[in-house]
Design a protein around this ligand. Sequence first.
Ligand SMILES: *[C@@H]1O[C@H](CO)[C@@H](O)[C@H](O)[C@H]1NC(C)=O
Ligand SMILES: *[C@@H]1O[C@H](CO)[C@@H](O)[C@H](O)[C@H]1NC(C)=O
Ligand SMILES: *[C@@H]1O[C@H](CO)[C@@H](O)[C@H](O)[C@H]1NC(C)=O
Ligand SMILES: *[C@@H]1O[C@H](CO)[C@@H](O)[C@H](O)[C@H]1NC(C)=O
Length: 423
Amino acid sequence: MPNRKPTFFSFCKAICFMVFSNVALVTSKSTIEPCSNSDSCNALLGYTLYTDLKVAEVASLFQVDPISILTANAIDISYPDVENHILPSQLFLKIPIICSCVDGIRKSVSTHYKTRPQDTLSSISDSVYAGLVSPDQIREANSIADPSVLDVGENLVVPLPCTCFNGTDNELPAIYLSYVVKPVDTLAGIAASYSTTITDLMNVNAMGSTSIKAGDILAVPLSACASNFPNYASDHGLIVPNGSYAITASHCVQCSCGQGSSNLYCMPASLAVSCSSMQCKSSNLMLGNVTVQQSSAGCKVTSCAYGGYANGTIITWLSSSLRPRCPGPQQFPPLVAPPTDVTKDSVFAPAPAPQSDGATTKVPKTSTVPKISTAPSTGSISVLPPAAAPIGSFSDASILMNSVAALPTALMIYFLIKLISPF
Ligand SMILES: *[C@@H]1O[C@H](CO)[C@@H](O)[C@H](O)[C@H]1NC(C)=O
Ligand SMILES: *[C@@H]1O[C@H](CO)[C@@H](O)[C@H](O)[C@H]1NC(C)=O
Ligand SMILES: *[C@@H]1O[C@H](CO)[C@@H](O)[C@H](O)[C@H]1NC(C)=O
Ligand SMILES: *[C@@H]1O[C@H](CO)[C@@H](O)[C@H](O)[C@H]1NC(C)=O
């Protein structure tokens, strides 16, 4: 399916490169989702460690809970002193963050960075935050007049890219990973690594072609298990990617999204210490317990499920249903030991293209790849993306502010576009 939204990007690409083909422009793009409400969502950042770091150090770079980083990557949290485990340089991790709506676009603004001696805006953006933010975005977010003078100990806001797209992709629950394209990446390789398709990536990111460049930031939809906790629950909207875990209710409850199921499964966390009751009312079942009773009418399934965390209370739901057959045992995503080296734990690193021709695949050929090939096995599946599917805009805004040196050129392009475009 071709790009449904001929973007400013595809338009500018044609003009800019015709007119200014002699000027080397830095054109990292990122997918921007406009928003208007104050809702936030769970999202993920694809982060590559720039040096060896303890789990707790990675967590403090993003100001997130260390345990949430581990569970998002299906790393075993029962490992002794796991927060002080040293993760190797170049390891690829998914960092769970809250994606908000700020000035009309989705972004994460809860991360702050305290400057150290020798820091520059580009070392912070390219190295410490691994390309998830550009020097200019940090400069703008902090109104830095002279980027060559950074005081040590300054507390900088680090705006990070994220998207929500209503928590769905092709009407199925999804959480979005902000992925920084590496030089070896191809769109086909990224699609294969994350069990999605080229077509879907192109639709989500409103791309006109399959070409990507190192430094571009793509929104990659990951199939997930969604919750339906009430609005007043502090973990309202919890969504857990397939194959991983999340920890919630003040470390008392652990929820997982296993293979072949789109249902979130929650039970008491292994770390649970001082927690409110996790027993379902008027029953002896604990959170996560399921009992089955076979009869001629079918299988009576009684379960005690988690319903969110509100006012320090763990909400539980006791439910009974009659099903044609009894469910099998709960499937848990496999846990891995805390990684110690990058090559061995290749599961964390997205693979390059699965085939050598992935890089040059043409749009018409790939657009016939039906979404069904990697869609989850549950639910009804439509081959064509529905009209309500999320649409991103693969923005070229960074052309206009990528470097101070490029500014005059950028301004010329900007005014040229203004002159000849209707928006
Ligand atoms: C958002 O997703 C929900 C299901 O999760 C759906 O009912 C609703 O229609 C979607 N809204 C939009 C605007 O797509
Ligand atoms: C109920 O859940 C608790 C906590 O996860 C577990 O220890 C116990 O074995 C479960 N009981 C049954 C009957 O499944
Ligand atoms: C939580 O507590 C506040 C104040 O104590 C109360 O107004 C609110 O209704 C409570 N919410 C729930 C879900 O119990
Ligand atoms: C989860 O991922 C596995 C492969 O890792 C896949 O076989 C399964 O169908 C996926 N489940 C869902 C609900 O997407």
